[in-house]
Design a protein around this ligand. Structure first.
Ligand code: ZN
Length: 251
């Protein structure tokens, strides 16, 4: 059956047949056929993907790996008011930029898996140094959640929780009002816009706790600081931040 199948496939779809040859298992046959109908393209450069490539091509994966901050570079040194510590996994550059946009604006939530290995490695390092009670994603406003269908920070937080064993606690915080797009604003304007934008719904979620906040992009830290404020005001003992990407440091 397998021989017949491979023969037919080789005659009809040479490229698929080559891919099938290097794999075993029925699910890969299924995937090969699905790829024939819906050819998968790299989430960054649009190059066609080989069967073993998931989400992005190996070229873009190499670029991504090379971008990853070393443990020393990952720490964000800034004088925070509420946060105790903060780390970023990558600089906010291509292909990180395109992958994050793909997740947020094209609703390709599965693209988060491209970061999985690196997230897990850093999560283990951070949670090995501090014992956290919970991993908490920075919430997005309800109207944005309806439009996007998911909170990208929650997808990242779920990966951290999964690899570290620290429980994921979403729904403990709420964004009280929608803020205008922050990318063109100054540090002070961001701070003003976000002032008291976050509210803790259950104060016992913070009291005496060591918490790891999770966000997708760190620019000035205004969002993370306001989130940490809500947690600290309800008695959180320690609040740190894990962010996927960090924009260029501006003075
Ligand atoms: Zn690519």
């Amino acid at each position: 059956m397998d021989l017949l199948f491979s023969f037919a496939a080789a005659r009809l779809f040479p490229r698929i047949a080559v891919m099938i040859k290097s794999f075993a298992g029925l699910n890969l046959y299924t995937e090969a056929f699905l790829r024939l109908i819906y050819p998968a393209a790299c989430g960054v450069c649009r190059a066609p993907l080989e069967l073993e490539e998931k989400g992005i091509c190996s070229g873009c994966k190499i670029t991504l790996k090379a971008l990853r901050f070393s443990p020393e570079e990952a720490a964000i040194s800034q004088n925070f008011e509420f946060l105790d510590g903060a780390w970023a996994l990558y600089p906010y550059k291509s292909p990180v930029k395109e992958i994050i946009s793909g997740i947020k604006f094209l609703k390709k939530r599965w693209l988060v898996s491209v970061f999985a290995e690196d997230i897990s490695e850093m999560a283990l390092r951070i949670t090995g140094d501090t014992s956290y009670h919970a991993v908490i994603p920075v919430p997005i406003h309800r109207s944005r959640l309806i439009e996007r269908e998911f909170n990208q920070s929650e997808l990242i937080a779920a990966r951290i929780a999964e690899s570290s064993g620290v429980p994921l606690r979403s729904g403990r915080l709420r964004k009280r009002f929608q803020t205008p797009p922050q990318n063109q604003l100054s540090r002070q304007e961001r701070k003003t816009n976000l002032y008291r934008a976050f509210e803790l719904l259950k104060s016992q979620a913070a009291e005496g706790k060591q918490l790891l906040l999770v966000d997708d992009i760190f620019t000035t830290g205004a969002t993370a600081e306001e989130t940490a404020r809500a947690l600290k005001e309800h008695g959180a003992r320690r609040v740190d931040l894990f962010t996927l990407a960090r924009t260029e440091i501006r003075s």
